[in-house]
Ligand binder design. Structure first.
Ligand code: NFE
Length: 635
């Protein structure tokens, strides 16, 4: 038995440590520990702030899922104050959200996750003609493209991205060869390139993905221009309680948002569709098909037992979240929990997630294994009553910067443990697809929206490529990474759908973007509270605010990565990261590629989950940032 520590896990956002016990004879992981090693204290910064400013502070939780926390925040404040935003503001917020999802997923797949699957060293053996053929073959097998219905056709803009030709791949191969032969791998350095997992793929798949890795470094930045047009900048675009802060005119060329700037948005949206349809999807499917063919359907973990979603993209503006308005109006009704999906469709149990769930103690956080204190006698707190009182009782063995081991029977993480009805859940794109698929198959989605139908069509198409039913391939590591690609393709279409709705509404003469009726705190009740929900790229996000005398009295966020990376619960068991690691086989204990790969399949964002803040400016923990140099094996 070996005790393996990876600290820090690199190519993620933030500070994560994982430990596993590996039985070397069988490769089985007998126990796994996931620890957020930096504290998020931004909730305390919110105390006594003007609730109208909350979005600006709390959005600084994270620059990766930028806008996610701002949207959840303004939704929470609007829920508390009873504000309905104008139609245009709802469309624009959905465009902001879909834009984030497209860019975030592309950056994650290529720049954070791809090198777990593909290697520039293996790419050197690829045949350029076969690589071009491969991209086109996979595209045909998947039968692209899917399209949002009744959207205007503005695809005449040039698609500034290289076609899959042998010449192109030959040129990329030359570039990669020069990097490898120089011995200075730069962005490709410090990986376990000799790990047997890289031999699961033919050289052509390596070249395909490495080529697009390089291209996407440049292209991803253009995808976020809608944030700049509607929110002034990226990261951290501007919002306003009551709507959006961008005034729009189709007639006035000097307006902050005018027809020329709307055309830039349209171009960025169409570029997203091109990149995901022609590059991301084929690369993902080529990799996934090879893994599944090799029998690699492990790493599912909690996806098999419990997943949760809040629902996404309100089609039209709505009255509030606490009153249920948010849930009546969704383009994707993934508000639900699916238990036991791993036992097959018949055994899977679906529960709707409703306003009652998010406003009562059906949702709680506990701190049994987290470095926080709760008031005496309190075990599980609803976020409106949530307390953020840090109490670090770190490991005693080892040094301050190199702990020997975490004690999983005690406190071992800066993440709290969120629960739905006392159960731990996995969230994210995979959860969304499992929920929609199960709800649809059980007849729980009457009058399916075009987006829900597209999700079912996507799953059908991937199942044909992989030769397996969704129940088999979805709750796996490959399924988690594939679901993110499908989510990206879906978001690209949703982006176009809401952009066309925005233009159609502007053409009626309605250019209102903000409702300022309740801007003045004199119009507010003495005390009120609200909740804002949002399906972030990494999954279900909720912000909770209590307002008293015009000020923020309490602010709590339950973030997707907190759901997934949380420490265990004495009653409910392991969190999703720990479950996934325990559902993974490790071939070489001191090169645990499978472990970091399954962790990265969640797209961790520890900044969101454990935002670092120390009021006294003290050093909380120092970690080495050399890729993998923190990997340690205790014999
Ligand atoms: Ni910092 Fe985030 C997303 C949110 S975290 S990336 O997506 O909300 O899990």
């Amino acid at each position: 038995m070996k005790h393996v520590v990876v600290d820090p896990v690199t190519r993620i956002e933030g500070h994560l440590r994982v430990e596993v016990q590996v039985d070397e004879a069988s490769g089985k992981v007998t126990d796994a520990v996931s620890s957020g090693t930096a504290w998020r204290g931004l909730e305390l910064v919110m105390k006594d702030r003007d609730p109208r400013d909350a979005w600006a502070y709390i959005q600084r939780i994270c620059g990766v899922c930028t806008t996610a926390h701002a949207v959840a925040s303004v939704r929470a404040v609007e829920d508390a104050l009873g504000i309905t935003i104008p139609k245009n503001a709802n469309y624009i917020r959905n465009i902001m959200a879909a834009t984030l999802t497209v860019q975030d997923h592309i950056v994650h797949f290529y720049h954070l996750h791809a090198l777990d699957w593909v290697s520039p060293v293996e790419a050197l053996a690829a045949d350029a003609i076969a690589t071009a053929n491969l991209q086109n073959t996979v595209l045909n097998a998947y039968k692209l493209p899917f399209r949002a219905p009744e959207t205007s056709n503005t695809e005449a803009y040039e698609h500034d991205f290289p076609a899959a030709t042998p010449q192109y791949f030959e040129q990329i191969k030359g570039k990669v060869k020069a990097i490898v032969e120089s011995g200075q791998l730069g962005i490709f350095s410090a990986n376990w390139w000799d790990h047997p997992d890289y031999k699961l793929l033919p050289p052509e798949v390596h070249l395909l993905a490495v080529a697009h890795y390089l291209e996407m470094l440049d292209k991803q930045r253009e995808l976020v221009t809608p944030h700049v047009i509607f929110g002034g900048k990226n990261p951290h675009p501007h919002y306003v309680v009551g709507g959006m802060p961008c005034s729009i005119s189709l007639e006035d060329g000097n307006a902050p948002v005018n027809t020329a700037r709307l055309e830039i948005v349209d171009r960025a949206i169409n570029m997203g569709r091109t990149l995901v349809n022609n590059y991301y999807l084929p690369d993902l499917l080529a990799i996934g098909a090879a893994y599944v063919k090799a029998g690699r359907v492990d790493g599912g973990g909690m996806a098999k037992t419990c997943v949760l979603g809040y629902g996404a993209y309100p089609i039209e503006n709505y009255t509030g979240t606490s009153d249920g308005g948010f849930f009546k109006n969704l383009l994707i009704r993934c508000n639900g929990v699916v238990e036991d999906f791993g036992k097959g469709l018949a055994a899977a149990k679906v529960s709707e997630v409703t306003a009652e769930d998010v406003t009562t103690e059906n949702i709680t956080e506990s701190v049994d294994h987290a470095w926080y204190e709760y008031p005496a006698g309190k075990k599980d707190l609803h976020p409106w009553e949530g307390v953020t009182a840090p109490k670090f009782t770190g490991p005693k063995e080892g040094t301050a910067t190199d702990w020997k081991a975490l004690n999983e029977t005690g406190k071992y993480s800066w993440l709290k443990t969120p629960k739905w009805k006392g159960k731990l859940c996995e969230v994210g794109p995979l959860a969304r697809y499992i929920i929609i698929y199960t709800k649809a198959k059980k007849g729980m989605l009457p009058d399916m929206t075009w987006a829900e139908k597209m999700m079912m069509d996507q799953l059908d198409a991937v199942s044909k490529v992989l030769g397996l039913a969704p129940e088999v391939w979805l709750p796996t590591m490959v399924g988690r990474t594939a679901a993110r690609a499908l989510d990206c393709q879906l978001a690209a279409e949703i982006n176009k759908f809401f952009f066309d709705k925005l233009i159609a509404n502007l053409k009626t003469g309605d250019t209102k973007v903000a409702n300022s009726d309740k801007w003045d705190p004199k119009t507010w009740p003495k005390e009120c509270k609200g909740v804002g929900l949002y399906e972030a790229p990494r999954g279900a996000l909720s912000h909770y605010i209590s307002i008293k005398d015009g000020k923020t009295d309490n602010y709590q966020c339950i973030v997707p990565t907190t759901w997934n990376a949380c420490p265990r619960d004495d009653n409910a068991g392991n969190g999703a990261y720990e479950m996934a690691m325990k559902d993974t086989q490790v071939k070489i204990a001191d090169k645990p590629l499978e472990i970091v790969k399954v962790i990265r399949s969640f797209d961790p964002c520890m900044a969101c989950a454990t935002h670092m803040f120390n009021a006294k400016g003290e050093k909380i923990n120092v970690i080495t940032t050399d890729p993998y140099s923190g990997t340690r094996v205790d014999k």
